[in-house]
Design a protein around this ligand. Structure first.
Ligand code: SF4
Ligand code: FES
Length: 255
């Protein structure tokens, strides 16, 4: 079946640099195949801008397969757009209708400053992970899978949390710009596994404290993060993070 083409009216956030003001600029994207991804549509718009000697719209992407977490913008008010469990790069233009107006904005959070247009600095997430989201024990070569037995339901829960790609949509959706779902997922996936146990307390304390230092807000249980997460990470990860933190506070030796 031949691909249908549509015309969409775009309102795109253009901001030349972090310390400069931004505004919504209107563009008309014509002859857009409904088989294109959302980012391919932006590529077409950019090709046209470059042909006309104008500045291309800056946006992040890498894998374009929904696995790296690089992409992400707010599309008509929803981080990653209208499809549940879908990253911006996996959203397709068939989801939009001919003549529709689409407003495209960057993640908006104090801890994610805009770098240019639709790109934001998500270094705060890297610093949260660097604060404790790893296992530092030297474990040598890969061991036989049967040497550390992990019950299947627990390994599956850990892998569900490990599915977080660090995109930041949860922060963008939250009215408090909280990073609890991201941090909760990172703490949970290691807390559930025996390999993560030796550093469990230190990890929980350091990651939560780093999250606070970065300027993210507090969770008020709205569930907006869960609703937009492209990996469908449930807010039970936040409950576990709180439990892990409280447990760590009681168990860590006092200075
Ligand atoms: S929890 Fe979901 S929305 Fe938040 S960073 Fe991870 S994958 Fe993205
Ligand atoms: S570009 Fe990698 S998840 Fe979208």
């Amino acid at each position: 079946m031949a691909a249908k083409t549509i015309t969409v009216n775009l309102k795109v956030w253009r901001q030349p640099a972090r310390d400069q003001p931004g505004r919504l600029v209107e563009y008309v994207a014509k002859n857009i195949s409904t088989d294109m991804s959302f980012l391919e549509m932006l590529d077409v718009v950019n090709e046209d801008l470059i042909r006309r000697g104008e500045d291309a719209i800056a946006f992040d992407s890498d894998c374009r397969e929904g696995i790296c977490g690089a992409c992400g913008c707010v599309i008509n008010g929803i981080p990653h757009g209208p499809d549940a469990g879908t990253t911006t790069c996996q959203l397709h233009m068939r989801r939009f209708s001919d003549g529709q107006t689409i407003t495209i904005e960057p993640w908006r959070a104090r801890a994610f400053p805009v770098l240019k247009d639709l790109t934001v600095d998500r270094g705060a997430f890297d610093r949260i992970v660097a604060a404790g989201g790893y296992i530092s024990a030297g474990v040598g070569g890969a061991q036989d899978a049967n040497s550390i037995l992990v019950p299947k339901d627990i390994s599956e829960d850990a892998m569900d949390s490990a599915a977080c790609i660090g995109c930041g949509a949860c922060v963008a959706a939250c009215k408090n710009a909280a990073a609890h779902l991201f941090t909760g997922a990172k703490i949970t996936h290691l807390a559930l596994l025996p390999q993560g146990d030796p550093e469990r307390e230190r990890r929980a304390i350091r990651m939560v404290e780093q999250m606070d230092e970065e300027g993210f807000g507090n969770c008020s249980n709205e569930g907006e993060c869960e609703a937009v997460c492209p990996k469908l990470i449930p807010i039970s990860n936040i409950a576990r993070m709180v439990r892990e933190y409280n447990r760590a506070i009681w168990r860590m030796p006092k200075a």
